[in-house]
Write a protein that binds this ligand. Structure first.
Ligand SMILES: CC(C)(COP(=O)(O)OP(=O)(O)OC[C@H]1O[C@@H](n2cnc3c(N)ncnc32)[C@H](O)[C@@H]1OP(=O)(O)O)[C@@H](O)C(=O)NCCC(=O)NCCS
Length: 267
C-alpha cells in the first residue's frame, strides 16, 4: 500500500519524482500539491525562474496565475527553453459552490444501484486501484495512493460502485492543496471527476462532485474550489458551472521536460 501509483510508466515515474520533490517543498508558501505535479501558485509573480526547476526536477510542473491572453507568450518562453507545454482553463468558485452542492444533493439522488465509499488510510488496496481504474477510463490521472489516502495531503476521495456487481463506476475528489493564508489557500482543489462511459448522463458525476464539495467543507471548512478544464471539454464545463465553478480568463499552464515526460498530464 506504500507504493500505489497508476497511469503510464512515464506518468508513474513523473509522480514518483514529484512526490519526492513535494517532501522538500511542502512547507513553501508558493507551491501546492495534490499528487500529480507540484503546482506554482502564481507564475505572474515567480515567472520562469520559479517554474523551470519544477519542470527540470520532476519532468512536469503546473503553474497558475497566467492570464489567458498571455498564455501563448508564456508557453513560447517555455518552448524556447526546450519544454513541451499544455494548458487548461483555470476555473474557480464564482457562485456559492456549497449552496449549489446542497441544492444538487437535495434535488437529485444517485441511481439506486450505486453505493459511495470514501477512501482513507485503512481502505483496502482494491478500493484505491478501482478508483484509479475509473479515473483512467476517463483519461483522468489519479493521484498516488499516499495522496488519495490522505497521508500527505488532506482531502476527500469518493468512489461510486454498483452494489450488485461491485463494479466501480465513478470518482470525485477534493484536496487542501495550498497553505492557508497564501494566495490560493482559501480554495480547495476539486475534480478527478470520471464516470465510466456506459453510466454517463445519469447525473452521477454531478452528485458525486457535489458530495465531495460538501464533505470537504465539513472536514476543512473550505467552501471555495478550483480546478482546470481542458478547453472544449463541454461536459466537464457544464457540470462544473452547475456547482458554481467557472472560467474567468485565467490559464493553467503545464510545462514538461520531453526527456522525462511528454504528452498529457491528464484529460
Ligand atoms: C465529465 C464527466 C465526468 C461527466 O460525467 P457524467 O456522470 O456523465 O455527468 P452528469 O450526468 O453528472 O452530468 C452533469 C451535468 O453535466 C452536463 N453534461 C454532462 N454530459 C454532457 C455533455 N456530453 N455535453 C454537455 N453537457 C453535459 C449536463 O449539464 C449535466 O447536467 P444535467 O443532466 O442536469 O443536464 C464524464 O463525461 C467523463 O468521465 N468524462 C471524461 C473525464 C473528464 O473529462 N473529466 C473531467 C476532467 S476536467
Amino acid at each position: 500500500m506504500t507504493d500505489e501509483y497508476f497511469g503510464t510508466p512515464a506518468q508513474i515515474a513523473m509522480m514518483r519524482r514529484t512526490s519526492a520533490l513535494w517532501s522538500l517543498l511542502k512547507d513553501h508558501p508558493d507551491y501546492g500539491f495534490y499528487g500529480r505535479s507540484v503546482m506554482l501558485s502564481d507564475y505572474g509573480a515567480g515567472g520562469f525562474e520559479a517554474f523551470e526547476p519544477l519542470i527540470r526536477l520532476s519532468g512536469a510542473g503546473v503553474a497558475y496565475g497566467v492570464r489567458t491572453d498571455a498564455a501563448d507568450e508564456e508557453k513560447a518562453t517555455l518552448a524556447g527553453a526546450g519544454f513541451h507545454t499544455d494548458s487548461y482553463g483555470y476555473c474557480h468558485t464564482v457562485e456559492p459552490s456549497i449552496e449549489l452542492a446542497r441544492e444538487v444533493v437535495g434535488r437529485h439522488a444517485l441511481p439506486d444501484d450505486l453505493t459511495v465509499i470514501e477512501i482513507d488510510m485503512e481502505s483496502p488496496a482494491a478500493d484505491v486501484s478501482d478508483l484509479a481504474e475509473v479515473a483512467l477510463a476517463g483519461g483522468v490521472l489519479p493521484s498516488p495512493g499516499h495522496v488519495l489516502r490522505g497521508r500527505t495531503v488532506d482531502g476527500v476521495v469518493l468512489l461510486a460502485r454498483e452494489v450488485g456487481t461491485g463494479r466501480p463506476v465513478a470518482c470525485a475528489a477534493a484536496f487542501d492543496s495550498f497553505k492557508r493564508g497564501t494566495q490560493r489557500g482559501d480554495h480547495a482543489w476539486w475534480g478527478m471527476l470520471s464516470t465510466v462511459p456506459d453510466r454517463r448522463g445519469q447525473r452521477i458525476a454531478l452528485i458525486l462532485g457535489a458530495m465531495a464539495m460538501l464533505r470537504m467543507f465539513e472536514k476543512t471548512g473550505l467552501s471555495k474550489f478550483f480546478t482546470s478544464i481542458r478547453h472544449g471539454n463541454a461536459s466537464s464545463t457544464a457540470l462544473c458551472a452547475k456547482l458554481g465553478v467557472a472560467h474567468t480568463g485565467w490559464e493553467t499552464i503545464v510545462g514538461m521536460d520531453p526527456e522525462q515526460f511528454s504528452g498529457q498530464l491528464t484529460a
